[in-house]
Design a protein around this ligand. Structure first.
Ligand code: SAH
Ligand code: SF4
Ligand code: F3S
Length: 444
């Protein structure tokens, strides 16, 4: 039998949330360990992995478009191996082969760490490999990943979600909540510190549920308190927390901690109690208001950000107004806003009174306009102030400028001087505020 050349130049494209990016890093680490080399152009790769998302239809469409484009590359190079991994793989399984026969393997969210075995199987059998299953494993495969000189790193602390918000596909493609052992998480952070990392973000779909599935009686606040004591790390963040499970212990950990950053990302999703109930979010606007009051009372300088979905089924113009009013009242530093996207298999997709797409888009625009004004007004209060930033490196758009973040997760850019290096903590005097960033001058 004619041998296929084993691939050695890989590229991974990530399409999803931080959890997805972290999985991509884990796959890349396995490939590098096995002697693969990373390339940056699809044309130069002989292994292409698309690590995918299916949280909204737009994400799916984009990925299917990309998969279509890969067909030409496969025709030019029959030895090219193409793998689809992650959430869309978990959801669409063998249908992916039917829609795109040029795909070689499909690897679901539970087994991305077994990627080398799937590639090997393709090479040995020269057949398509479908690796989509639900495993409960011990997470020994998770490794701390940071490249040389990397300032910030992701550390997965748990996988899956038990919440079943009625619009959301994540619990179906990521399975039930599984938390890693505290010791493993701490050891990972210590390894990252030795590699020069200054900031870690603890990752999970609902980090406040950390530990509930374990026997060792360590909850999220305990975990935060222990990570705060790790020497050498400057900043600790986490994503994402569910407002229902946020509690006084976590707020207190952040207040008293030295490294825990004063940024609260608490997705509200809607400002209407009727819609929140239909979404199965498990809190009311009144609860949320009291939660934010407590945060702002204990940490007056903390930033608060959120996620909002517009056009959920049954959202009338009046109920949408309630969201606008609530946004006005809460004054979030920033909000990530989304048009509701029906996901088949979720309860909301079956609900009556789906809102027409044109209406949903119109509401998104209205909401964004409002939030942009609020974000800008808040950012303007920082002009003239000195803010401490953790230096990340050259800004993407213009290398003459460098970028960093405040503890409150505000992006700051400044004209590069002679001294800056990624990982330093420096002060920048803000002279211009924009909706999504602050501009300033380095204080020397
Ligand atoms: N577990 C996290 C984030 C999950 S996905 C959390 O609960 O906060 C990130 C965001 O995508 C969600 O907060 C929600 O605002 C949005 N989202 C999820 N499903 C969606 C859907 N079907 N349509 C539109 N937006 C959605
Ligand atoms: Fe989806 Fe809700 Fe779980 Fe977040 S908490 S991942 S929105 S089901
Ligand atoms: Fe997307 Fe999966 Fe994350 S659906 S948002 S990549 S958990």
């Amino acid at each position: 039998m004619e041998q296929i050349k084993p691939p050695h130049k890989y590229i991974i494209l990530s399409y999803g949330c931080q959890g997805n990016i972290s999985d991509s890093e884990q796959m890349a680490a396995k490939l590098l360990q096995a002697g693969y080399e990373q390339v940056y152009q699809l044309e130069n790769a002989d292994l292409i992995i698309l690590n995918t998302c299916c949280v909204r239809e737009s994400a799916e469409q984009k990925i299917y478009g990309k998969i279509g484009e890969l067909k030409k590359l496969k025709q030019l190079n029959p030895d090219l191996i193409i793998g689809i991994t992650g959430c869309l793989a978990q959801k669409d399984k063998e249908n992916l082969f039917r829609k795109a026969p040029h795909i070689d393997f499909v690897t679901g969210t539970f087994v991305v760490h077994q990627i080398l075995a799937h590639i090997q199987q393709v090479l040995e059998t020269r057949e398509r490999v479908l690796a989509v299953q639900e495993l409960t494993d011990d997470f020994n495969h998770v490794i701390p990943v940071a490249a040389d000189g990397q300032v910030s790193a992701w550390v997965p602390i748990m996988y899956g979600c038990n919440n079943f918000c009625t619009y959301c596909i994540v619990p179906y493609v990521r399975g039930r909540e599984r938390s890693r052992a505290q010791n493993d998480i701490i050891r990972d952070i210590q390894v990252l510190v030795q590699k020069g990392v200054k900031e870690v973000t603890l990752l999970g779909q609902n980090v406040n549920s950390y530990g509930k599935d374990r026997q060792d009686d360590i909850d999220f606040a305990d975990l935060l308190n222990s990570t705060d004591e790790i020497e050498g790390i400057e900043r600790i963040r986490y994503m994402t927390s569910h407002p229902r499970d946020m509690n006084a212990e976590v707020i207190e950990a952040i207040r008293s901690g030295k490294k825990l950053c004063e940024h609260f990302h608490l997705p509200i999703q809607s400002g209407s109690d009727t819609i929140l109930k239909e979404m199965n979010r498990g809190y009311t606007t009144d609860y949320y208001r009291r939660l934010i009051d407590e945060v702002r009372q204990k940490l007056p300088h903390a930033s608060v950000t959120t996620d909002i979905i517009v056009g959920f089924p049954g959202e009338t113009a009046g109920l949408f107004e309630e969201t606008l009013d609530f946004i006005n009242e809460m004054r979030f530093d920033a909000a990530y806003t989304f048009v509701y996207s029906p996901r088949s298999g979720t309860p909301a997709a079956q609900m009556p009174n789906q809102v027409p797409l044109a209406e949903r888009k119109e509401r998104l625009q209205q909401l964004m306009n409002l939030q942009n004004q609020i974000s800008l007004a808040i950012n303007e209060t920082f002009t003239g102030k000195n803010l401490e930033v953790l230096v990340e490196g050259p800004s993407k758009n213009d290398a003459a400028y460098w970028t960093g973040r405040t503890r409150t997760n505000k992006i700051v850019i400044w004209k590069k001087g002679d001294q800056e290096e990624p990982g330093q903590l420096l002060n920048v005097k803000i002279d211009k505020a924009q909706t999504w960033l602050l501009k300033g001058q380095l204080c020397i």
